[in-house]
Design a protein around this ligand. Structure first.
Ligand code: F6R
Length: 290
């Protein structure tokens, strides 16, 4: 008979994605962790990823770009430098890329990942995957990206940010909740939100290749970070709203192991705020954060 802790996690272990003998950490509900601020949220997020890499040195990580994970990546770099976190056998798949931007463009997501993470850690560049937004046949690139994820054995842990309109990856509101990697037209709001970083609204690509919601839901674990008052509405829709394509992130309610890390500002409007804090305070040691 399995030890008690492997039998009793929120209804039990389906075995999906767990290494033989690994403790079951399946959640029965979205795990909502509210931190004081984005700084502590990012440090916690990095801890979760570091544990994944230590538990499975050849882990397959799904990665995100944007403002939210920047501090988390700095913390991963620190863990690599100061504590020997080893990425040499890790494989990564990024969520998305702008159509038309080559890897050499300083606003491409390939460039972002190299600057903010890859060149600072000991990852093999050949194991890092970002969709090719310049592919001659974009549909073939989408199909090939799905195949490469499958060939790598699927994604162990997918990191996500949250768009102000509830998007994950570049899956904008009203898209199919079962979509696979595809080409999406970016919403005007997303373009405006990202134009601060991009610099020039008019020059921004209007299309992106993105993993689909179905692709994201296939990851064995999902870790979403959302900080600040601009995310407050999307957080409510994602965690407590109905499952609906108008908030693509609400699809994470279907995921057996989704962890959402918030700060006080982004969590402020949650109806069950006290409940999430209560649950977090009463976890047993082995249930905590990771
Ligand atoms: C990035 C991505 C997007 C962002 C989202 C939030 O690869 O897929 O979904 O996570 O737009 O962006 P920030 O973090 O800049 O608020």
């Amino acid at each position: 008979m399995k030890p008690w802790r492997e039998r009793c996690v929120n209804g039990g272990d389906t075995g999906r994605g767990l290494a033989p003998g690994a403790p079951a950490r399946q959640h029965g509900a979205m795990e909502v962790l509210i931190q004081n601020d984005a700084e502590s949220g990012c440090v916690l997020g990095a801890k979760v990823i570091a544990r994944q890499v230590r538990d499975k040195p050849d882990a397959v990580l799904g990665l995100a770009t944007g403002r939210t994970p920047l501090r988390l990546y700095q913390e991963l770099i620190r863990l690599h430098r100061d504590e020997g976190l080893d990425f040499s056998r890790v494989t990564t798949f990024n969520l998305d890329e702008y159509v038309g931007l080559p890897a050499t463009h300083d606003q491409s997501y390939r460039w972002f990942m190299r600057e903010h993470l890859f060149r600072h850690i000991n990852i093999d560049p050949r194991r890092t995957h970002v969709p090719d937004g310049t592919a001659a046949d974009l549909h073939a690139e989408c199909r090939d990206y799905e195949r490469r994820i499958a060939d790598a054995g699927g994604i162990d842990l997918q990191l996500l940010g949250l768009g102000r309109n509830g998007h994950i990856g570049f899956n904008e509101p009203t898209g199919s909740l079962r979509s696979r990697t595809w080409i999406k037209i970016l919403s005007e709001q997303t373009l405006r939100d990202n134009s601060g970083v991009f610099g020039d609204f008019a020059a921004m690509p209007r299309h992106a290749i993105t993993m689909g919601i179905g692709t994201i839901l296939d990851a064995r674990r999902v870790l979403l970070l959302a900080f600040g008052p601009t995310k407050v509405r999307a957080v409510v829709d994602m965690v407590e709203g109905p499952l609906a394509a108008v908030c693509p992130a609400s699809a994470l309610q279907l995921h057996p192991r989704a962890t959402v890390v918030l700060d006080e500002a982004s969590a402020a409007a949650l109806r069950f705020l006290d409940h999430y804090r209560w649950i977090d305070r009463h976890k047993l040691d082995w249930q905590k954060h990771g």
